[in-house]
Design a protein around this ligand. Structure first.
Ligand code: F0G
Length: 459
């Protein structure tokens, strides 16, 4: 029996033309880009899966809101609306607008890490790690070991390994740890969900040792949908109730609204402690702008206020996760491995399994990303050793736990036919996998090299 996937709960009102270059043109473009997908012009890309961040399609209601956005410097209408909606959804008294997720990190993390040495997370996203380090602390990841085996089923591969977390706390000293962070969903482990039971347990451990507990809420709505599907306690709950349960007792949260609030720009900070919030407001004024606009235009704030509601609509979420499941099922049929079960915002193809003859230091996940562009004009990215970079002490290439080629699916943008093009491209690549060669780096900056490095094909 064929599974039923949930179709789009919308129809298309406005379209953006796309063009597919010829194979010869794509060969030239990727060579000119130094085999770095970040250096491709978007007009030369047919299906852009580089990120799901800020790339979603707004609804007609959000676009209508854009025209109503109040551009007052202080006290704009849209500010009150976003406050009201965010307070209702997350159950936090203090909400601060910022222009994106990393701005929230920049404002909040130095407050939490003042005089501290460590932050521990189920997994820090790159920018979160960077802001922990910029605040003078070290970032420690603590994801459950089940995440490491991409083909093994485990319902919550994003979870915190709470035993290891407690060991770390005892070893490092609770007084040295500024914050324990739960990233929902766990992006770097494959967009994998975290159970509410695990969130609660982690929160309780943090509080037992007097440490602040923070949620990185970039994909909190997708996480809540998975909880509803997989966690017995919540099978009859609404998404709103699951969100409330997830955030209950958390001391603060940061959120990139560019994901689950379906806007092109925006972010939020939530706090419960008034003293922390006062510091947040002060830092926000100097880095982001006055507190009632927080680095955003009124029109974008209005779209965010509306998007917050749309992002937790269960019909939308069923379609959204359904897209991932549809693509994953097509890969299952073809025997192509990915982080399974599929995550909430992307299919993370296991390039180590598809291209076993390419060693990590010749970047199999980057090689696969380039093949996808050559095959069908698809832009994906490496989440593996190429992205990880070199050991800062020895200068030697590090080996990542995973070699993922991430196919991040923008929200409400691509149709099922586009998903079929992606699956067909991967199937074609699989057929000629053994002839695909690795890459070497010919030019690289010292940090975050994957954005600007230049590569050359081997062989
Ligand atoms: N936290 C998580 C879990 C993220 O995935 C991101 C961004 C951020 C924080 C930072 O938010 O981009 O608004 O400043 N992730 C994007 C991605 C860039 O492609 O996964 P931002």
């Amino acid at each position: 029996m064929k599974p039923i996937y949930y179709p789009e709960p919308f129809r298309i009102k406005s379209v953006e033309p796309l063009k597919m270059l010829t194979r010869a043109e794509r060969e030239r473009k990727i060579a000119e880009a130094g085999y770095n997908v970040f250096s491709l012009a978007s007009r030369d890309v047919y299906i852009d899966l580089l990120t799901d961040s800020g790339t979603g399609a707004m609804s007609s209601d959000q676009w209508a809101g854009v025209m109503l956005g109040d551009e007052s410097y202080a006290g704009a209408d849209c500010y009150y609306k976003v406050q009201e909606n965010a307070k209702e959804i997350f159950g936090f008294d203090y909400i601060q607008l910022v222009h994106q997720g990393r701005a929230a990190e920049k404002v909040l993390l130095p407050i939490l890490l003042e005089g501290k040495k460590y932050a521990i997370a189920n997994m820090h996203f790159d920018t979160t790690r960077a802001h922990v380090e910029l605040a003078g602390a070290r970032a420690i990841d603590c994801t459950v070991k089940e995440a490491l085996d991409t083909t093994k089923y485990y319902p919550f591969k994003g979870n915190m390994d709470t035993d290891r977390l407690e060991e770390h706390i005892k070893e490092l000293g609770a007084e040295n740890i500024g914050v324990i962070i739960m990233t929902i969903t766990n992006n770097s482990a494959g967009g994998q969900p975290v159970s509410v039971a695990n969130i609660r347990k982690t929160r309780d451990i943090a509080h037992k040792y007097g440490i602040k507990f923070m949620i990185d809420a970039a994909r909190y709505a997708e996480n809540s949908y998975f909880v509803k599907q997989r966690e017995e306690e919540f099978k009859n709950s609404t998404i709103e109730e699951i969100v409330k349960a997830s955030f209950e007792g958390a001391d603060c949260f940061t959120m990139s609204a560019k994901k689950d609030a379906i806007v092109n720009m925006g972010g939020l900070i939530g706090c419960r402690d008034k003293a922390v919030f006062e510091l947040v407001k002060q830092r926000c004024i100097s880095f982001e702008g006055f507190i009632t606009y927080g680095g955003m235009s009124g029109r974008d704030i209005e779209a965010l206020a509306r998007g917050l509601k749309e992002g937790i609509d269960e019909h939308y979420l069923r379609y959204r996760i359904g897209q991932m499941e549809y693509l994953a099922a097509r890969l299952d049929e073809a025997g192509i491995a990915y982080q399974s079960p599929v995550g909430g915002h992307a299919v993370f193809v296991d390039a180590k399994k598809l291209l076993p003859h390419i060693p990590y230091y010749e970047f199999p996940a980057q090689a696969l990303a380039i093949e996808l562009y050559l095959e069908a004009g698809i832009r994906a990215c490496d989440i593996g050793s190429y992205m990880l970079g070199n050991d800062p002490d020895t200068g030697k290439q590090l080996e990542a736990d995973f070699e993922f080629t991430r196919l991040a699916i923008p929200r409400r943008v691509y149709t099922q036919s586009h998903l079929d093009v992606i699956a067909d491209a991967l199937i074609n690549i699989k057929e000629r996998a053994s002839s695909i060669k690795g890459y070497k780096i010919v030019e690289e900056p010292p940090i975050l090299r994957h954005f600007t490095a230049k590569l050359k094909p081997l062989g």
